[in-house]
Design a protein around this ligand. Structure first.
Ligand code: ATP
Ligand code: MG
Length: 418
């Protein structure tokens, strides 16, 4: 074991990177709130069945990517690779079928055993939104508009574009499956071994393959849209009209077929060409069959998930954190007073740094490094007079202030946390 290294495909979020992550997550959370989504969290691990039943035995996630282990009680447990199945499970466990429609926002770590590369990790983070209980296309319109809104708020309007497709209802997909199998049978020799298995079990999955040969074959395949029945066409038209009304522009990509078993009708991805092969930043669709696959009542659903790491690589530097006030004790005798003043200011809502070691010069350096807006210097002489020196770090100006009422004197230097 290479000790002292993080496990391959995982990494530490040090302050600068964590700040970018937080900015992405908090922006998404704030905007989801504006659309009326309530935040929930589910456990990081679930019974393996939750994912196996919903994602299907032929999905890449289930066949290759899950972190599955037996716990000490002999249960098969899986670290969650995605949020939707976990939200559906939570919906059923908590008897929420009485409370439809339900609109939720979630954020947290996901785990997939993948080959690590830029934008592809084994522990990564997602923000996620789901609407349960609405079968109408207006729900898809809302989640897509919400996704576009989050990306705009992150300053990514010009870096991403929305690709959209419809998978139709199950009748349409069944009709298409026969057409597609007919085509693929004639091109079997060019398919990867994985896709030969998919051909037997779930040919639509071949669209999701990252193998170049498979991609060539599907590029020439008949299109799903030519197998859509009337109801599915109407659904898609309503979706397009709704997106137009919401001011969201989309490109229809007939080859966009999300491979999870539970998807129907709407499938979409916001993609960028700024991240090499890892182009999808926010992706989702409609999953009307999912809750039933978990053993619940028929319940329509639609949602998306976005990768925080990928978004955080795309955004500009987030707003700088607010500048603190530094409180410096000069000499051991002044230290208890410095602690007291620092606490008092924090209780007044100031952000306060207290350099803890070294002489005055060294402590001033620490205050500078912390980008202090002002420094309160507590020397024993001033303390004897019930006073302290306040130094404006911008102008260098120093003034003596009385300790009672110091919070008021520092008010001009107060900065709000961003
Ligand atoms: P990809 O085609 O890149 O493998 P996916 O279809 O597996 O993506 P989803 O399951 O739709 O991805 O997850 C939603 C989002 O989560 C993706 O658009 C991406 O931003 C992010 N994501 C997925 N897998 C990873 C990963 N291994 N590392 C980092 N981010 C990821
Ligand atoms: Mg993947």
């Amino acid at each position: 074991m290479p000790a002292l290294q993080p496990v391959r495909g995982t990494h530490d979020l040090l302050p600068d990177e964590k700040r970018r992550h937080r900015f992405v997550e908090e922006t998404a959370r704030a905007i989801a709130e504006r659309y009326g989504y309530a935040e929930i969290s589910t456990p990081i691990f679930e019974f393996t069945e939750v994912f196996r039943r919903t994602l299907g035995d032929t999905s890449d996630i289930v066949t290759k990517e899950m972190y599955t282990f037996e716990d000490k009680g002999g249960d098969s447990i899986t670290l969650r690779p995605e949020y939707t199945a976990a939200v559906a499970r939570a919906f059923l466990s908590n008897g929420l079928a009485q409370h439809l429609p339900l609109k939720v926002f979630c954020a947290g770590p996901m785990f997939r055993y993948e080959r690590p590369q830029k934008g592809r990790l084994r522990q990564f983070h997602q923000v996620d939104v789901e609407i349960l209980g609405v079968a109408e296309p207006v729900a898809d319109v809302e989640i897509i508009a919400l996704g576009a809104h989050v990306l705009d708020a992150l300053g990514l309007k010009d870096k991403v574009k929305l690709e959209l497709n419809t998978l139709g209802d199950s009748e349409s997909r069944n009709a298409y499956r026969s057409v597609l199998i007919g085509y693929l049978q004639n091109h079997k020799s060019r398919l990867s071994p994985d896709s030969l298995v998919r051909l037997e079990r779930n040919p639509l999955r071949i669209f999701d393959s990252k193998d170049a040969g498979d991609q060539d074959v599907v590029a020439g395949a008949p299109l799903l849209r030519d197998s859509l029945n009337g109801a599915s066409k109407r659904y898609f038209e309503q979706l397009l009209r709704g997106l137009e009304a919401a001011g969201v522009s989309a490109t229809v990509n007939p080859g966009l077929v999300r491979g999870l078993d539970y998807y129907c009708h709407t499938a979409f991805e916001f993609v960028t060409d700024a991240l090499g092969a890892q182009g999808a930043v926010l992706a989702g669709g409609r999953y009307d069959g999912l809750i039933e696959q978990l053993g619940g009542p028929p319940t329509p659903g639609t949602g998306w998930a976005a990768g925080i790491e990928r978004l955080s690589m795309l955004i500009a530097e987030p707003p700088a954190p607010a500048r603190p006030i530094a409180v410096l004790a000069v000499g051991d005798g002044a230290e208890p007073k410095a602690v007291q003043v620092a606490q008092q200011l924090r209780k007044h809502g100031f952000i306060v740094e207290m350099p803890m070691t070294g002489n005055l010069k060294k402590r001033m350096r620490q205050a500078n490094k912390a980008r202090a807006r002002a420094v309160v210097i507590l020397g024993e002489d001033e303390l004897a007079r019930g006073a302290a020196t306040v130094r404006d770090m911008e102008t260098g100006e120093q003034t003596e202030v009385r300790l009672d009422g110091i919070a008021d004197r520092l008010a001009p230097y107060r900065q709000e946390r961003t």
